[in-house]
Design a protein around this ligand. Structure first.
Ligand code: SAM
Length: 300
């Protein structure tokens, strides 16, 4: 008599790994899929990159993970194999039917159809801490990242595949070419680290640019003390809005009154003839507090 239990175990063991070129092409052919440029579809075809991404998030059995853009389920499979509970948001209407097949048998997978930018993530993930992992659609990297970082949700770590150049901006130090408002915002909320650089050949179809896996460890407490985040981000945007101008002129261009700027710069001991791109995160924080007339040492 056939031992079905044994057969089931065998099927589990030989479950095809999705993250190879042949498996990806097979799935795409079977479902008549064409990778859509509009949706930033470049599917991972390198199992080592999938493994590195999963490891970067230190995914453990029982972890709750939000995945953005599961595609045909390649990264999802890596996360599920570690025993994570994966909630994935996918916008492409053709993919739910594909995922139902490619991730058949993984009970911890939940698919939510829709645009992640319009999704109520708080309602989706509940109140418990969770991780985020994604091979992002590059055309909306920044809005997705800002949505996650400013969400005030209990996210512990965000691991993302992004364009290499964007990873450089996230991790850049003050005064360097890549340093900009994205660096300040990311480093205000998190400790970013580039895990690895990924060549175009790791994807099908291959993108034109190099990519990188970045890990953002969310800080339990923000890296600088800021009383008014809206003001802080407005100052940062203004300072980088006109990079070639002095800080004083850039802030004027950002709609701040000349008198307030001079007083705040003085209170924060920041030289207004410097360029915004030379200011450290601490200095942006001091400046923001100084605009509120709350220089160092003031009780608030
Ligand atoms: N995770 C898969 C992988 O690694 O092979 C696919 C990654 S592919 C770069 C990006 C995925 O995001 C695609 O499946 C695309 O359909 C999906 N996507 C694009 N825009 C989206 C959006 N606004 N909301 C949710 N998913 C989106």
């Amino acid at each position: 008599m056939e031992d079905t239990t044994e057969n089931n175990r065998l099927a589990e063991k030989i479950r095809p790994v999705l993250g190879t070129k042949s498996a990806t092409i097979r799935v795409m052919k079977a479902f008549d899929l064409r990778a859509g440029k509009r949706l930033g579809q470049n599917f991972l075809i390198d199992p080592a990159v999938v493994a590195t991404t999963v490891e970067a998030a230190n995914v453990q059995a029982g972890d709750k993970v939000l995945e953005i853009g599961p595609g045909i389920g390649t990264l999802s499979q890596g996360l599920l194999e570690k025993g994570a509970y994966v909630t994935a948001v996918e916008m492409d209407k053709k993919l739910p039917a594909v995922l139902q097949e490619t991730l058949d048998g993984y009970e911890n997978f939940r698919l939510v159809a829709g645009d992640v930018l319009k999704t109520d993530i708080a309602a989706l993930m509940g109140g418990e801490p969770f991780k985020v992992a994604a091979n992002l659609p590059y055309y909306i990297t920044t809005p997705i990242l800002l949505k996650l970082l400013t969400s005030k949700l209990p996210i512990t770590v965000i691991v993302l595949m992004v364009q290499k150049e964007v990873a450089e901006r996230m991790t850049a130090a003050a005064g360097t070419k890549a340093y900009g408002s994205l660096s300040v915002v990311v480093q205000y909320f998190a400790e970013p680290q580039t895990v690895c650089v990924v060549p175009p050949t790791a994807f099908f179809p291959s993108p034109k640019v190099e990519s990188a896996v970045v890990r953002l460890k969310i800080l339990p407490q923000k890296s600088v003390r800021v009383s008014d985040e809206t003001l802080f981000f407005r100052i940062v945007r203004a300072a980088f809005g006109q990079r070639r101008k002095t800080l004083i002129n850039a802030l004027k261009g950002g709609g701040f009154a000349a008198d307030d700027i001079v007083a705040a710069l003085d209170r924060a001991s920041v030289d207004g003839t410097r360029r915004g791109e030379t200011l450290t995160l601490d200095e942006f924080g001091d400046l923001s507090e100084a605009f509120l007339n709350k220089g160092h040492g003031d009780a608030f």
